[in-house]
Ligand binder design. Structure first.
Ligand code: ADE
Ligand code: ZN
Length: 367
C-alpha cells in the first residue's frame, strides 16, 4: 500500500457503527484491571494472552472474550475502557461512534447495571464535551441465553432509556435464530428503542431476512452471508439496508479464508449500503483504519471509493439528518482538498478504477 493511501485513510472523517466496547479491551488493560481488582488470570503475561488470539471460529473467540471481561468490575473500569477506545477513535478520525455493550456478560457475574452504564456514559459525555467523537450507545442481548433473560435485561435498561438509544443481538449465532427474540425486540421497539442485530456472520443468509422481518432491525451487523442469496442481496439494495461489515473480524474468525475471498467488494458492486467497521479491534488485529486499509489493498479501491464508504458510514448512522449532511459534506471537502493537492504531490488522480459503480445508490455520495 502506498503511504499516500494509508495517510488518506487515516485522515478520512468516518463513523464506526459496529464496535463492541468489550472488544476494545487490550491485553495490557486486562492485566492492569486484573491487578487493580485482584482478579486471577490464567495467563502469565500480556504476550501469553496475546498469543491466545488465534481463533478457530466465533465460539472460540467468544470464550476468550467473556473470560477477559471478568476483569471489568467497577464503574471506573467501564469508564476507563470506553475512554481508551474514544481516544483511539479520535486518533483514527472517527467522528461518530455507535457503541455496543453486552449487559448480560457483566450482570451475570454480579456487576450492577448502573456501574456499566454510568461508567461508559461518563466517558461518552467527556468525549462530547471535548473533541468527540459523537456517540450513541446500544445494548446487545446475548442470543445464546434464553429469551426470558433478554426480556428481563430489557426491563432493567429502562432507567437508562435516555442514555441507551437502541438494542442489538450478538454472541453465538448458530442455533440461535432471530425469531427467538421476536417478542423482546417487539417490546423494545414499542418502548422507543431502535433495533439492530448481528445476522449472517456464521449463521445463514435466511437469518438476515429474519432479523429484518422478525426483529425490525434497521441495520444488519455483518450480514456478509447475504451474498449467498441473490434475491436477498437485491432486497438489501432495494430497501437500502445498511450492513456493518467487519472485514478483519471475518478473516480472524475464519468466516472467509482471506481478504480476496471476502464478499465485501461483491456486496459493494451489487449496490448494498456497506459500511466498514472493526467489531472487536483488540482481538482482530486492528481498529477501523486497519479495516479500511485491508479492503483497499485487497480490492484496489480508489480514494473516491474510500470516501464513498466513509459517507455511507454517516448515511447509515443514527445521527440527526442535519448532522449527517454536515459530516458527509466534511468527507466531500476532505476528498476535494486531496484532489487539489494531488498535482502538487504528483499523485495520479486515480490509483485504480473506481470500484463503487456510478449507477449504485452510492452515487449520491460520489465525487
Ligand atoms: N460479540 C462480540 N463480537 C461479536 C461478534 N463478532 N459476533 C457475535 N457476537 C459478538
Ligand atoms: Zn459484532
Amino acid at each position: 500500500m502506498s503511504n499516500a493511501i494509508a495517510e488518506f485513510i487515516d485522515g478520512l472523517p468516518k463513523a464506526e457503527l459496529h464496535l463492541h466496547i468489550e472488544g476494545t479491551l487490550e491485553p495490557e488493560m486486562v492485566f492492569t484491571l486484573a491487578e487493580r481488582n485482584r482478579v486471577n488470570l490464567p495467563y502469565s503475561s500480556v504476550e501469553a494472552l496475546r498469543a491466545a488470539y488465534d481463533f478457530e471460529n466465533l465460539q472460540d473467540f467468544l470464550n476468550l472474550y467473556y473470560q477477559a471481561t471478568r476483569v471489568l468490575l467497577t464503574e471506573r473500569d467501564f469508564h476507563d475502557l470506553a475512554s481508551a477506545y474514544l481516544a483511539r477513535a479520535r486518533a483514527q478520525n472517527i467522528r461518530h461512534a455507535e457503541i455496543f455493550f453486552d449487559p448480560q456478560a457483566h450482570t451475570r457475574r454480579g456487576v450492577p447495571l448502573a456501574a456499566i452504564v454510568e461508567g461508559i456514559g461518563a466517558a461518552l459525555d467527556e468525549a462530547s464535551r471535548s473533541n468527540g467523537p459523537t456517540t450513541r450507545l446500544i445494548a446487545c442481548f446475548l442470543r445464546d441465553l434464553d429469551a426470558a433473560d433478554a426480556m428481563r435485561t430489557l426491563d432493567s435498561l429502562l432507567p437508562w432509556r435516555a442514555r441507551i438509544v437502541g438494542v442489538g443481538l450478538d454472541s453465538a449465532e448458530a442455533n440461535n435464530p432471530p425469531a427467538k427474540f421476536a417478542e423482546t425486540f417487539s417490546r423494545a421497539r414499542r418502548l422507543g428503542f431502535r433495533a439492530v442485530a448481528h445476522a449472517g456472520e456464521e449463521g445463514p443468509a435466511a437469518f438476515v431476512a429474519d432479523a429484518l422481518d422478525k426483529l425490525g432491525a434497521e441495520r444488519i451487523d455483518h450480514g456478509v452471508r447475504a451474498i449467498e442469496d441473490p434475491e436477498l442481496v437485491a432486497r438489501l439494495v432495494r430497501e437500502q439496508v445498511p450492513l456493518t461489515v467487519c472485514p478483519l473480524s471475518n478473516i480472524r474468525l475464519r468466516v472467509y479464508s482471506d481478504m480476496p475471498h471476502h464478499p465485501v467488494s461483491r456486496l459493494i458492486d451489487a449496490g448494498v449500503l456497506v459500511t466498514i467497521n472493526s467489531d472487536d479491534p483488540a482481538y482482530f488485529g486492528g481498529y477501523v483504519n486497519a479495516n479500511y486499509r485491508a479492503v483497499q489493498e485487497a480490492f484496489d479501491l480508489t480514494t473516491s471509493d474510500l470516501a464513498a464508504l466513509a459517507k455511507a458510514s454517516f448515511a447509515a448512522s443514527w445521527l440527526e439528518p442535519a448532522e449527517k449532511a454536515t459530516k458527509i459534506e466534511e468527507v466531500q471537502l476532505y476528498l476535494q482538498r486531496l484532489n487539489k493537492a494531488r498535482a502538487a504531490l504528483d499523485i495520479p488522480k486515480h490509483h485504480g478504477v473506481n470500484r463503487i459503480p456510478i449507477m449504485t445508490p452510492f452515487n449520491v455520495f460520489h465525487d
